[in-house]
Ligand binder design. Structure first.
Ligand SMILES: Cc1cc2nc3c(=O)[nH]c(=O)nc-3n(C[C@H](O)[C@H](O)[C@H](O)COP(=O)(O)OP(=O)(O)OC[C@H]3O[C@@H](n4cnc5c(N)ncnc54)[C@H](O)[C@@H]3O)c2cc1C
Length: 477
């Protein structure tokens, strides 16, 4: 098996037998029938071929798996939902700890909190919380893992009213590199709690998260309006004007792409480039529809699917276009203070010149509750920008890898030159750049503290398949 120090190591039948005896979940080698059914990674560029997979049923198995990895010096990957755009939950030859069986979700409707195990997907959480008219803010595609999303920040349709996923995190339970299960909250191990809120999978395996929920839904006002790309000038500028006037209950976006035919989308947008404006109002649905109305009156749309819709349906609306293992992906993002004219010009130019149909050029409205948290209050440091621009390269054919990746990099560099200097690590590809790519700019002044906390909880950098923070020279626990 692949080791942290480089040379391969052989795991004896005896050690494997002992591991199988102690672990209550699955221990799978490539020869086991269950191996092929392990939850696949999202990014088709990184299917991974681990030598060994442990699928824990709870924290006890996670502890065993980590102790096994440490004792044998193994390269270890941790998979929550497997949606890492950079393929960071995939490994060749090492140990994969796949948390798919740990997808339990327990809502406390009175306290308005939800406890979520480390392998749950957004859809698992929305299903349980919506039964009580509650939402724990997370992300947009329901097949995405809550764990990786949260550990990197987590932005979704409620972000401006209720903040990022991390801004609603009350506590987490984490198995650290020494095999100890720790609680991280404002009162217990507050340094770990600070680091988990944006610092990624660097500090251990999170076995459960407890989030604050908010009353939203089940019916919400949603806008989804599709325009011909030829009308970009008008649509982008009017969208910007409208977005400047809306309350924090609205979180909006504007994006450009091309999608294949589907019975779930209007025929008018099939297989042709379009601009989509989207928004969700996290409050009274009737009030929301009034606020969204001007967005629906921009230009002459190709199609308009806006209306009062179930929140859970909105969350799953894009799922079919992001089926795991079907697309190769390389994304890069940057934050900007405002959508200035020069930035809009670049975005429109990139929208028109996308190198492949499934490439998205998106502007997400940020600000509001996100920016009321100080840059040093959580590891996630970007708390001033009002927009995030994401260039999402998605394509099917391996022959297009170099062409699309270099286009994304060039497009990103043009926008980034106008940005705050930060980027969103959950949307950061690392093809050839290495796992520390983007870490410095994403964390800014928080990186020094993060490296110290990394040295405390993972001095040997056992957890290195992530947006990696190199441990500072310092003592372990
Ligand atoms: C189609 C698509 C849509 C997306 N939409 C959004 C969105 O709306 N908002 C948003 O903010 N982001 C979004 N993302 C980005 C997403 O947040 C990241 O890809 C995130 O890493 C996914 O989490 P995961 O658990 O599925 O990832 P994984 O691939 O399982 O893991 C990603 C990283 O987190 C680590 N990790 C995973 N689980 C744990 C755990 N339990 N404990 C410790 N470390 C762990 C892994 O080791 C790895 O380094 C989207 C991504 C895709 C592909």
């Amino acid at each position: 098996m692949a080791t942290l120090s480089g040379p391969q190591t052989q795991i004896s039948d005896e050690s494997l037998g002992e591991l199988r005896m102690i672990v209550r979940g699955d221990v799978l080698t490539r020869e086991d029938p269950g191996y092929a059914a392990v939850r696949p990674a999202y990014n088709a560029m990184h299917p991974g071929r681990p030598a060994l997979v442990v699928r824990p049923t709870g924290a006890a198995d996670v502890i065993v798996a980590i102790n096994f990895a440490r004792a044998n010096g193994l390269v270890v990957a941790v998979r929550g939902g497997g949606h890492s755009v950079a393929g960071l939950s995939s490994v060749d030859g090492g140990l994969l700890i796949d948390l798919a069986r740990m997808n339990g979700v327990v809502v406390d409707p009175e306290a308005r909190t939800v406890r979520v195990q480390g392998g749950a997907l957004i859809g698992d959480v929305d299903h349980e919380t919506q039964a009580f008219g509650l939402v724990a803010p997370s992300g947009i595609v329901s097949d995405t893992g809550v764990a990786g999303l949260t550990l990197g920040g987590g932005e979704g349709w409620l972000r401006r009213k209720h903040g990022l996923a991390i801004d609603n995190l009350l506590s987490a339970q984490v198995v650290c590199a020494d095999g100890e299960l720790r609680t991280a909250s404002a009162d217990t191990n507050p340094d770990l709690f600070w680091a988990l809120r944006g610092g990624g999978g660097n500090f251990g395996v999170v076995t459960s998260f407890t989030f604050r929920c908010h009353p939203v839904g089940p019916i919400v006002a949603f806008a989804g309006v599709f325009h011909p790309v030829e009308d970009a000038e008008n649509v982008y500028r009017k969208f910007r004007e409208w977005a400047a006037t809306v309350p924090e209950e609205i979180s909006a976006m504007i994006g450009c792409t091309t999608l294949p035919a589907s019975e779930n989308t209007p025929p008018e947008i099939h297989n042709r480039p379009f601009i989509v404006t989207g928004a969700l109002y996290s409050g009274d649905s009737l009030e929301g529809q009034k606020i969204i109305q001007p967005l629906r009156e921009i230009g002459t749309p190709l199609a308009d699917i806006s209306g009062p819709l179930p929140f859970a349906a909105v969350q799953a609306a894009f799922d079919e276009f992001f089926r795991r293992g079907t697309l190769r992906s390389y994304w890069k993002s940057t934050f900007v203070e405002e959508l200035t004219d020069p930035i809009l010009d670049i975005i429109m130019d990139k929208a028109r010149s996308r190198p492949s149909d499934r490439v998205f050029v998106i502007a997400f409205q940020m600000g509001g509750a996100i920016n009321r948290v100080g840059a040093g209050e959580t590891a996630y440091s970007e708390r001033s920008a009002n927009w995030m621009i994401s260039i999402d390269g998605n394509w099917a054919d391996e022959a297009d890898d170099d062409r699309v990746i270099s286009w994304v990099r060039d497009a990103w560099a043009e926008v980034h030159a106008h940005g705050t200097g930060t980027q969103y690590l959950n949307f950061t590809g690392v093809e050839g750049e290495g796992v520390t790519a983007g870490v410095e700019s994403a964390f800014g002044q928080n990186l020094v503290r993060l490296a110290e906390i990394k040295a405390k909880y993972d001095p040997q950098n056992l957890f290195r398949l992530n947006n990696n923070i190199v441990p500072a020279a310092g003592a372990g626990i």
